[in-house]
Design a protein around this ligand. Structure first.
Ligand code: NAD
Length: 259
């Protein structure tokens, strides 16, 4: 058990990648906090983890709302005493060409990805500093390194998370806190399933073409990355024991992006 009794808050973990991370962390002995906008879905995930013998609780948390973030982190700390691992994972996707991008949607996307990362980090760091250890993990993307058409705020936000991780790495080092970014390629989750018809409409191509010639075109083998692949990377970052691995971003994308 690599995370025995470690307290891990995973945002956006009622679904998709976050849910897979929470599930693997629970199997590895962590006490997992399923923090999601959707409290009902968060509790379904937490209950499934408990039914499988894990330790899990759910909290309602809109990561863009400072009061809700602070309340959710406080609830977790009240239940389990501290925070050892934060996975800032909650995210959405919105696609439009730049000249048509509604400003409100630009701001909404940046708020979930960037304000969410900032607010959850700010709420968790004092607990990590107090105990002299912690691991902060941001869910970036290949879009932290590369651009794609139609994704202006997403690419902007995902690049920004690398900057935030580097600052947390520098400020956190004296307190034993590390920060790193996971950069997945396309993973088949509700977030990606929603984009396929949207991109087909924007680009005037079929959904099969969006998958083959847009999403997976530059992979080495035409394969989607899986939620389990990303959970393994998240476990590696969470369990790594020293500051040797900090301020880094790791791409898992079937070779779509090679550093
Ligand atoms: P998903 O839609 O399956 O899950 C996202 C979760 O975030 C949902 O449970 C949703 O309720 C929650 N959420 C949304 N807004 C929130 C808010 N304001 N506060 C709290 N929770 C909120 O998506 P996913 O594919 O699992 O994406 C998870 C993360 O992985 C995102 O940051 C995404 O950008 C990133 N990512 C996904 C892919 C991919 O291909 N799926 C690739 C690279 C990076």
């Amino acid at each position: 058990m690599q995370l025995k009794d470690k307290v891990a808050i995973v945002t956006g973990s009622a679904s998709g990648i976050g849910k897979a991370i929470a599930t693997l962390y629970a199997k590895e002995g962590a006490r997992v906090v399923i923090a999601d906008l959707n409290k009902e879905a968060a509790e379904v995930t937490a209950k499934a983890l408990r039914d499988a013998g894990g330790q899990a609780m759910s909290v309602a948390m809109d990561v863009t709302d400072e009061t809700a973030v602070n309340a959710g982190v406080a609830e977790a700390v009240k239940a389990w005493g501290t925070v050892d691992v934060l996975v800032s994972n909650a995210g959405i996707q919105i696609v439009h060409p730049l000249e048509e991008f509604p400003f409100a949607q630009w701001k909404k996307l940046l708020a979930i990805h960037l304000d969410g990362a900032f607010l959850t980090t700010k709420a968790c760091l004092p607990h990590m500093y107090q105990q002299g250890s912690g691991s902060v993990i941001y869910m970036g993307s290949v879009h932290s390194k590369e651009a794609s058409k139609l994704k202006a705020p997403y690419v902007t936000a995902k690049h920004g998370l690398i900057g935030l991780a580097k600052v947390v790495a520098k400020e956190g080092a004296a307190h034993g806190v590390r920060a790193n970014v996971i950069c997945p390629g396309f993973v088949r989750t509700p977030l990606v399933d929603k984009q396929i018809p949207e991109q087909a409409a924007e680009l005037h191509i079929s959904e099969a073409d969006v998958i083959k010639n847009v999403m997976l075109k530059d992979t080495v083998d035409g394969q989607f990355t899986t939620v389990d692949d990303i959970a393994r990377v998240a476990l590696f970052f969470a369990a790594f024991p020293t500051n040797a691995l900090t301020g880094q971003s790791l791409v898992a994308s079937h070779g779509w992006f090679m550093q």
